[in-house]
Design a protein around this ligand. Structure first.
Ligand code: ZN
Length: 410
């Protein structure tokens, strides 16, 4: 699938769209919001909308009636393009919004939320109904959780503040007191063998649960006694996961309750990690910049773009607070102009030949960098706008900087 985007980009796009949507107002009660959970049939939604459509013929105000019916029609047309509802469901906003003076303009947003929608909702109001989505806007990174001893283990995920149990299982490791007749040595060996198998099973389950998760920030391991430390130290985990182990913490339990205990006991360490990540990146940038030859650093939108295209960028640092558009104009005579601006021109004409521009491509600047970095295989790290480091990235470096793979003379 070529159009698959990273989790981070999907989340950014969603957040950005929500920033636009929150300010939109209808002139009457005429903005339609529809929430479709994943398990819902498209045909059920369509028949629901058809019913709303026929009811809206009773609306007294002529313009409101026309706008409501237009919005419902437009949503139904859009739904036709889906065979099934995407994994996390679908949210549609549509309507005529005020656009200054007597003007209105039609807007339509079709969003796939970053987390599963569970309810079906239909609203018609003078604003779009976004409350169910606001919780999803909060930054939600995930951590892998393992609690274990020699008799039981649980695997879970911490997403935002929520602990999700993925699997709980018992071991076949015999208790440490021997039955009559067996030699002590042989019994000891059996115990160790069974424990080894159990640790491998825990590792396999962790691999299944964690390895494919792009947003996994780290893994924390808990349990009573020294077994958990042995498990980590002996390297039972897949090597990619082993690198992500943050630390081990004592817990009294190894069931679902133990997972919650683990999160409580690791809270301080987790909080620091989130903050540290951005700090580390900006510190690395600054220490490169301080070097006499500029080190492996670059900043400024245009310069970084050139280096990116040249394949010289290892990690791209982009501020989430960049509220800019990348615009590409192509006139009738084929002259092309590309630039970055806050407010794209509405009816541009060509600089070179004065003829009207037919083709205007417009893209959010952060998305533009997401796309470029995906093409050349560089990492993109979004830096939040409200941290001290994020502010510095905007003020001192124009919101775009890079850590380089190698130096380039340009
Ligand atoms: Zn031209």
């Amino acid at each position: 699938m070529g159009d698959e985007v990273s989790v981070e980009r999907a989340r950014y796009d969603f957040k950005k769209a929500m920033q636009d949507i929150v300010d939109l107002r209808g002139r009457g009660t005429e903005l339609i919001s529809v929430y479709v959970p994943a398990h819902k049939q498209i045909s059920d939604v369509t028949s629901y909308l058809r019913n709303e459509y026929s009811q809206s013929t009773n609306i007294k105000s002529k313009s409101t009636r026309k706008n409501v019916m237009g919005a419902i029609e437009s949503i139904m047309a859009r739904l036709k393009t889906f065979k099934t509802v995407p994994e996390n469901g679908l949210v549609l906003f549509c309507g005529e919004v005020a656009a200054g003076g007597d003007q209105t303009r039609m807007v339509q947003y079709v969003l796939e939320p970053p987390e599963p929608m569970t309810v079906f909702l239909y609203r018609c109001d003078s604003t779009f109904f976004i409350e169910p989505l606001t919780d999803m806007l909060r930054e939600k990174k995930s951590y892998g959780l393992i609690v274990m001893d020699r008799s039981e283990a649980s695997i879970g995920l911490l997403i935002g503040k929520k602990v999700n149990l993925i699997k709980n299982f018992d071991s076949q490791v015999p208790r440490k007191h021997r039955q009559g007749g067996q030699s002590a040595q042989r019994f000891e060996r059996l115990i160790e063998l069974a424990a080894h198998e159990f640790f491998k099973k825990i590792a396999n389950n962790a691999e299944e649960a964690f390895l494919e998760r792009e947003d996994l920030q780290g893994i924390i391991v808990g349990g009573p006694g020294a077994t958990k430390d042995f498990f980590v130290k002996e390297g039972y985990l897949h090597h990619e996961l082993q690198k992500k182990v943050v630390d081990t913490f004592d817990t009294g339990y190894t069931d679902e309750y133990g997972l919650k205990e683990l999160v409580t006991n690791a809270a301080a360490a987790l909080h620091d990690m989130d903050l540290m990540r951005e700090k580390d990146l900006i510190q690395r940038l600054l220490s490169e910049i301080r070097k006499q030859d500029g080190g492996l650093s670059a900043y400024g939108e245009d310069h970084v773009r050139e280096l990116l295209i040249a394949g010289a960028v290892d990690t791209l640092l982009v501020s989430e607070g960049l509220d800019l558009k990348r615009v590409k104009l192509t006139c009738n005579n084929g002259h092309v102009k590309e630039f970055t601006t806050k407010n794209p021109p509405s009816k541009p004409s060509c600089d070179q030949c004065d003829s009207p521009v037919e083709d205007v491509e417009e893209m959010d600047l952060v998305d533009h960098f997401f796309e470029l970095s995906e093409t050349v295989g560089s990492k993109l790290e979004l830096i939040s706008a409200d941290s001290e480091e994020g502010e510095m990235l905007i003020k001192a470096f124009g919101g775009v900087a890079a850590l380089l793979r190698f130096q380039v003379m340009m």
